[in-house]
Ligand binder design. Structure first.
Ligand code: NAI
Length: 464
């Protein structure tokens, strides 16, 4: 038995980042993780491996569609799927080992196994009980079952994002249930690899919660890339054999039922907090109606000394939100002032083009009755984007009509996931659109499109 200032349960982006910050702040820290490797869903079966496959399949797309235009001639590369998966696994390994190295460097003990909390101040792993003045639950999330439908996941024919990252072969036909982030990212990967992908979505628009102009443009671009969409349809059931599946869905507009066959069905209808086995019931930890751990403004649960962060609590299920909470809760435990600005958390979809968003959408501003102005600039007016065949999409900046203060930004286009951070920093500093417009942006960069959108909030953009 060992005694710690802090024990963190879960070694994902929330947990491992929190552990590092705790150690940096001089706290004796341990992290409990039952997986063979650190890094949680994000590094092992989520963000990182999907980005590797997105990168590889994007390169193939470039070779097939754009190389010849640039005078790069020759046979298009063929796909060695085993090698592509090996590359992805290598990327995972490099990242998870990197976290292990950081633990050693910061003298954080990795307690291997699955933890539970028998009482405040104690964490049980296997037969051992460890003492901790503070406990941080960072146990993450798991795929939720398709709501209201009869679907059994076998991770072979009917898969979640986990199974979709290790399919034994590239399917001929794939049905994706849910046009959210996971469905569109993984759908993009397989569509580029030659799979016929059909996405079935309950709502009438893809990517719920995004700016509706972005939703429309995004769907149009994905359609052009070969993805099929069945909108306004609720999946009822999936009948699967060992090699095939039939998906039955009902159209909301007239209740008519139809079926579609696939080699693989990807269930991507959201995730739910993972809190199994922690002993939270017995400990008396308060939960929200949606099964999340309830916390106060300092991430403390109703049990003193027990904190929770990341996907297990309220808020967007994003690795970077968990990381921010991980750092902030460490500061709180160390007696400092941890803070997360939930109004400025970017969201990114890593398709091609990328989609990125921060702050309010135009739809939200309308609903809230806020007087706003829109500055929009299309990437067709950006020299760099045109040079690399990425002129599709736009930057849309929303600013307060009276004060010019930036309220939100929505980008679909090249490098959107990086470009958005200029606006995030601006929003943290309370910037106006004019502040961005008056900042010199290097030419030729994609970022000029952001400046042009800011100019469009004032006297007008130059290149449109
Ligand atoms: P999601 O919540 O983004 O989307 C789920 C979609 O499924 C919704 O559009 C919903 O209307 C639809 N749906 C629900 N039931 C249905 C039914 N019976 N038939 C048809 N459609 C149905 O969930 P997703 O994509 O599974 O992602 C889970 C979480 O992981 C999200 O919170 C997401 O933000 C996060 N994530 C973030 C990534 C990123 O930041 N790039 C990448 C992957 C996941």
């Amino acid at each position: 038995m060992a005694s710690y200032d802090v024990i963190i349960i879960g070694g994902g982006p929330g947990g491992y980042v929190s552990a590092i910050r705790c150690a940096q702040l001089g706290l004796k820290t341990a992290c409990v993780e039952g997986r063979e490797t650190l890094g949680g869903t994000c590094l092992n079966v989520g963000c990182i491996p999907s980005k590797a496959l997105l990168h590889a399949s994007h390169q193939l797309h470039e070779a097939e569609h754009n190389f010849a235009k640039m005078g790069l001639k020759g046979k298009s590369p063929s796909v060695d799927w085993k090698q592509m998966l090996a590359y992805k696994d290598d990327v995972i390994g490099q990242n998870t080992k990197g976290v292990e190295f950081l633990f050693k460097k910061n003298k954080i003990d990795w307690i291997k196994g699955w933890g539970s909390i028998p009482e405040a101040g104690k964490v049980k792993v296997g037969d051992e009980i460890h003492e901790a003045k503070n406990i941080v639950i960072a146990s993450g999330s798991e795929p939720s079952p398709v709501p209201g439908a009869d679907v059994t996941v076998d991770e072979k024919v009917v898969v979640t994002s986990t199974g979709a990252l290790t399919l034994p072969k590239i399917p001929k036909k794939m049905v994706v249930i849910g046009a959210g982030v996971i469905g569109l990212e993984m759908g993009s990967v397989y569509a580029r690899l030659g799979t016929e992908v059909t996405v079935i979505e309950f709502l009438d628009a893809i990517t719920p919660g995004m700016d509706s102009e972005v939703q429309k443009t995004f769907q149009r671009i994905l359609k052009k890339q070969g993805m099929n969409f069945i909108m306004g349809a609720a999946v009822q059931k999936v009948d699967a054999s060992k090699t095939k599946a039939t998906v039955t869905y009902k159209l909301r507009k007239d209740d008519s039922e139809a079926t579609i066959d696939a080699d693989v069905v990807l269930c991507a209808t959201g995730r739910r907090p993972y809190t199994d086995g922690l002993g939270l019931d017995a400990l008396g930890v308060k939960m929200t109606e949606r099964g999340q751990i309830a916390t106060d403004a300092h991430w403390q649960t109703n049990v003193k000394g027990v904190y929770a962060i990341g996907d297990a609590i309220e808020g967007p299920m994003l690795a970077h939100k968990a990381e921010d909470e991980g750092m902030a809760v460490a500061e709180v435990i160390a007696g400092k002032h941890g803070h997360v600005n939930y109004d400025v958390i970017p969201g990114v979809i890593y398709t091609a083009p990328e989609v990125a968003t921060v702050g309010k959408t135009e739809d939200q501003l309308k609903a809230e009755g806020v007087a706003y102005k829109v500055g929009k600039f299309t990437f067709m007016g950006n020299g760099r984007a045109k040079a690399v065949f990425q002129g599709e999409g736009f930057v849309k900046l929303l600013a307060d009509k009276a004060t010019d203060r930036i309220l939100g930004c929505h980008i679909i286009g090249p490098g959107a996931g990086d470009l958005i951070h200029e606006i995030c920093v601006g929003m943290e500093f309370g910037a106006s659109a004019e502040d961005i417009a008056l900042t010199c942006h290097a030419h030729p960069t994609f970022s000029e499109a952001v400046r042009e959108a800011a100019l469009a909030c004032g006297d007008g953009p130059i290149h449109s």
